[in-house]
Design a protein around this ligand. Sequence first.
Ligand code: IZC
Ligand code: ZN
Length: 417
Amino acid sequence: MNVDVLVTNIGELLPMDKKGPVKGKAMNDLDVSTDAAIAIKDGHVTWVGTAEDAKDIEAEQTIDAHHKLVTPGLVEPHTHLVFGGSREKEMALKQQGVDYLDILAQGGGILSTVRMTRAETFKELYEKAEFHLDRMAMHGMTTVEAKSGYGLDRETEMKQLEVVRELNNNHPVDLVSTFLGAHAIPPEYKHNTDAFLDEMADMFPEIKEKGLAEFVDIFTETGVFTVNQSRTFLQKAKDAGFRVKLHADEIDPLGGTELAVEIGAASGDHLAVASERGIAQLAQSDTIGVILPGTSFYLGKTSYAPARQMIDAGAAIALSTDFNPGSCVTENLQLIMSIAALKLKLSPAEIWHAVTVNAAHAIDRGEQAGAIAVGRPADIVIWDAPNHMYIPYHYGVNHAHTVIKNGRVLYERQALR
Ligand code: IZC
Ligand code: ZN
């Protein structure tokens, strides 16, 4: 056999090659192979076997994994990748105990990012988003969802969506685009939120026609949009041919989890304060719970999403950074894996399902991303770790040693000399 790249001497391989989404107890069943090897041709995996059998394979490039952990590239199902400015000044307010939603109600928070995003050019936004995306790639993330939502007007929302499209065309990491025009209420519509939602919904046909987003999302929260407004808005999005998602039950328990299930959302995201009923419904549904515990950590919450209860009830869970300039400012999904272990009490096996196969399903990439299998794009990470339990255990740093995207080495850790 003649191949382009051979990754061999893999200590522990997690193929994650399962028919997903993986729900409930099955999230704890991890297939691990040892002394493995992977062959890649034309950007795709063509063979997976033992390091012993790999000795017969001729490869243009051989990568010795030195008996380390190898997994699929991480899939990041929820980011606010494109934004103007930054919000470090809000940290002092938060330290004084000013609440996230109060900052928003006073015209800060998301609305301050809206002002900065409206003021920046396409090029400025593009270069910043590219910088953050590069950093995600260095941390092993090879497929990333990206939301708009800092324009809240036609022109700036389009500018954000076009940045995502251009970046997806130029950057090796695959982006999946979501229209989050319903992210906050702009000051010009403060007393007329229904009219604002109508204006955002009026954009659906153009976004669809130009192929600028696959998903439509809404922030269902106190002081933002109600469950009823969200239902109407998301139904219009579905009618226009979009798949839908919601920011649901992040801060106040409004019943967003129930709405996510009712409307057939691909995912309900946050679910930090989901009700018992919501959890039971989620477990019975095809909707994936995207849990963002870095947000609970960053906002100083004392309680975290009931992810343990959701899995025990039979739900499929994914994990995400929620990378954004306000409520979780990190591109490092590995850190979130540690928070999931420490605060959500998820097992390493559950965590690995949540950042690969289930995350891929949350953004409709279940057939392309999140697994190492013959015929799939070769998105692979070699970690500076002896086994899969090590990543959540050793927290706050980057363990990615080599990141391969579509069969090409995208990042390799450099030694200091
Ligand atoms: O910019 O604060 N929760 N949206 C909903 C966010 C956090 C992002 C932000
Ligand atoms: Zn978010």
